[in-house]
Design a protein around this ligand. Structure first.
Ligand code: FES
Length: 112
């Protein structure tokens, strides 16, 4: 199956029952996400669950090659840093201050 043909948004999390949630902070807003997710998968979860963001997953390699998941965050110990969300664990000690270029904040007027 071509990745573009896959329905990644509606059913991606239906069969998964997260046991534990942690907090992910994006631009000061806290979201509850499953603790075992990579940061990129948490972005997808936030987009599908909270509908505050939209993310184009067809642009991601999920393996550190394309760099489309590059984000900037504030870490409690490291300060400001950049990282590839597909290679990072979701961490409660960071706050996202720049999201990947494939991710877009939705406003109330936009179609969801
Ligand atoms: S998704 Fe391609 S580098 Fe992270």
């Amino acid at each position: 199956m071509n990745i573009k043909d896959a329905n990644l948004s509606a059913t991606f999390f239906e069969d998964e029952e997260p046991e534990k949630f942690i907090e992910l902070k994006i631009f000061g807003k806290i979201y509850q996400v499953p603790s075992e997710f990579s940061l990129l998968k948490s972005f997808q979860y936030v987009a599908e669950t909270y509908k505050d963001y939209q993310i184009n997953l067809t642009k991601h390699c999920w393996s550190g090659i394309c760099k489309n998941c590059l984000c900037k965050f504030q870490d409690e110990q490291l300060g400001k840093a950049k990282g590839l969300a597909c290679l990072m664990d979701t961490d409660e000690s960071i706050e996202l201050i720049q999201i990947p270029r494939t991710m877009k904040k939705l406003t109330k007027k936009e179609d969801r």
